[in-house]
Design a protein around this ligand. Structure first.
Ligand SMILES: *Cc1c(COP(=O)(O)O)cnc(C)c1O
Length: 450
C-alpha cells in the first residue's frame, strides 16, 4: 500500500530537515507534480511557481524536450565519473558552454551545486597564484561584497556577508576583504543616483589598491545580489570592477549561479557590461532547474598554470563524485536547445515590460519602499517608513506573511526578509505574470489589514 496523504505530511514534518526553515514552525506543503509554470500539491491545489523553484527553473516544469533528453540519456548510462575519464554528453556540454560564455573561458570544471562551483573557483584562484610561471605566493586572500551570498559550504560562507545566515559560523571561516555593497536603493549620505556608480567604484578601488598585493581574486554576483534581497548594482559597476581588478592584477570571479541563463535578459549578466571574468560560476538554471549540476569556467591562463608533469604537483586536487553527471549534462544540453528553438531570450522583452508595469503600480502602495527589476528578476521591498526607508522589524516576518497569503491566491513565492521576490521561469506567460501580480497585491492588502 502506498503511504497515505497524512503519513506523508507527517513524515515531511518529522523526518525531513528543510533548508533555511525553522522546523518548530514548519507547516508541510508537498508539491507532487508540475506542468509548465504551475506546481501541483498532493491535494491537487495549483500554484504558479513565481520563484522558479528557488531561482532554477527556466523553461517550465515537465518540458517535453528536457524530459525526453533525460530519458534518452538514461537508456545509455546514468552516471560515470569525471575523475580520469569522461562521457560524450558531458564533453558536448563543455563545448556548448565555452561557445556561449564570455570570451576566453575555454575550460570547464563540473560539480553539482552553486556552492561547489564557488569552492572550485576559490581553489583555482588560490592555487593559480602559487604555481603560475611567475608565482605571486602572497596573493592568498579574497575580496567580496557586503551582503554577498555565494552558497553554504564553509568556503562560500566565508565569502558571504549576510549576518543572519553567516555570523554564527564566523569562527570557522577565513577572513575576506569586505567591500561596500553597491546598493542603488539605500545610498550612503550625500550620494545620489547620478553619483552612485562613481562613489562605489572609488570606494572599491581604494580598498583594492590598499590590499591588492595580498588579493587572489574579487568575487561578485554580477548586476544583482540575489540573497541580499535582490539588491541591484548601479549600471556600469560590473565593468568598473573588471577595470579595477585588471589594473591591480586581481582575478575576477563572476558568480552567475543566480543571474545566469537568461534571468537578467541576456544569457549571462556579464554580457550586459561586456565583461569577461577569469572565472565564471554557473549552476541553478544550467539544467533548466531539473538536476543538480554546476560548472566553473576558467581562462587558458588559469588552466595553463595547472599543467605539468604529475610529480610537479600542479594538479587541481578537487572533485565531487557526481560532478558532470551525464543525466544533468543531458538536461543542460536540452535546456540550451530550448533557448534556441523557442527563442526564449528574444521573447523576454514583452514579459519584462509587463513585469515593469505591475511593479510601477505596486510601488505606490504605502508599505512598499522600493520596487526594483533587472530582466525577469524583481524585488518588492516592504518598509516601515517610505520616506526614511527604515526597515520593518525582521522578527515581524512581513515578507513571509505576504507569501503565505499569496498561496491562498494560487501563487508560490519565497521572500528574502522583507523583500518579496518575483523570479518566474523565463517561460512564464503574460497572463501568468498578471496572476502573480494580482495575488501579490491581494496578499499585501490582507497582511496590511491584519
Ligand atoms: C544559490 C546561489 C549559490 C549557491 O548555489 P547552491 O546550488 O544552492 O549551492 C551561489 N551563489 C549565488 C549567487 C546563488 O544565488
Amino acid at each position: 500500500m502506498p503511504p497515505s496523504r497524512d503519513d506523508l505530511l507527517r513524515w515531511d514534518r518529522e523526518h525531513v530537515w528543510h533548508a533555511f526553515t525553522q522546523m518548530a514552525e514548519y507547516e508541510p506543503l508537498l508539491i507532487e507534480r508540475g506542468e509548465g509554470c504551475t506546481l501541483i500539491d498532493i491535494d491537487g491545489n495549483r500554484y504558479l511557481d513565481a520563484v522558479s523553484s528557488l531561482w532554477c527553473n527556466v523553461h517550465g516544469h515537465r518540458h517535453p524536450r528536457i524530459d525526453a533528453a533525460i530519458r534518452s540519456q538514461l537508456d545509455k548510462i546514468a552516471h560515470t565519473t569525471l575523475l580520469g575519464a569522461g562521457n560524450p554528453t558531458t564533453a558536448e556540454l563543455a563545448r556548448r558552454l565555452v561557445e556561449i560564455a564570455p570570451a576566453g573561458l575555454n575550460h570547464v570544471f563540473f560539480s553539482d551545486s552553486g556552492a561547489t562551483a564557488v569552492e572550485v573557483a576559490l581553489k583555482m584562484a588560490f592555487q593559480y597564484w602559487q604555481q603560475r610561471s611567475d608565482p605571486r605566493p602572497k596573493k592568498t586572500r579574497f575580496a567580496a561584497l557586503s551582503e554577498a551570498y555565494h552558497g553554504d559550504t564553509i568556503g562560500s560562507v566565508s565569502l558571504g556577508g549576510i549576518d543572519q545566515f553567516h555570523e554564527m559560523f564566523r569562527p570557522l571561516l577565513f577572513d575576506v576583504l569586505r567591500l561596500p555593497i553597491p546598493d542603488s536603493y539605500r545610498l550612503p549620505p550625500g550620494v545620489s543616483n547620478e553619483t552612485a556608480l562613481a562613489h562605489y567604484a572609488a570606494e572599491i578601488e581604494r580598498l583594492v589598491a590598499e590590499h591588492h598585493e595580498s588579493l587572489a581574486a574579487l568575487v561578485v554576483e554580477p548586476l544583482v545580489q540575489g540573497a541580499a534581497g535582490m539588491v541591484m548594482h548601479p549600471s556600469g559597476l560590473l565593468a568598473a570592477l573588471r577595470d579595477i581588478t585588471r589594473r591591480y592584477d586581481v582575478l575576477l570571479i563572476a558568480d552567475e549561479v543566480a543571474v545566469g541563463f537568461g534571468r537578467t535578459g541576456t544569457m549571462f549578466a556579464c554580457e550586459q557590461e561586456r565583461v569577461a571574468p577569469e572565472i565564471l560560476c554557473l549552476a541553478k538554471g544550467i539544467t533548466g532547474g531539473y538536476l543538480p549540476l554546476s560548472a566553473t569556467l576558467a581562462t587558458d591562463d588559469i588552466w595553463n598554470a595547472f599543467l605539468g608533469g604529475y610529480a610537479e604537483s600542479k594538479t587541481l586536487y578537487h572533485g565531487h563524485t557526481y560532478g558532470g553527471n551525464p543525466l544533468g549534462a543531458a538536461a543542460a544540453l536540452a535546456t540550451l536547445d530550448v533557448f534556441a528553438e523557442e527563442q526564449t531570450l528574444a521573447r523576454l522583452p514583452p514579459k519584462i515590460a509587463r513585469m515593469g508595469e505591475h511593479l510601477e503600480r505596486i510601488a505606490a502602495h504605502p508599505r512598499v519602499g522600493d520596487t526594483r527589476r533587472r530582466g525577469l528578476i524583481a524585488g518588492i521591498e516592504l518598509v516601515a517608513d517610505k520616506s526614511t526607508k527604515s526597515p520593518l522589524p525582521w522578527t515581524e516576518r512581513w515578507g513571509h506573511r505576504v507569501c503565505l497569503a499569496a498561496r491562498k491566491h494560487g501563487v508560490l513565492m519565497r521572500p528574502l526578509g522583507n523583500v518579496l521576490v518575483w523570479m518566474p521561469p523565463l517561460a512564464i506567460s503574460l497572463e501568468e505574470l498578471d496572476r502573480i501580480a494580482a495575488a501579490t497585491e491581494a496578499a499585501l492588502a490582507e497582511v496590511c489589514r491584519e
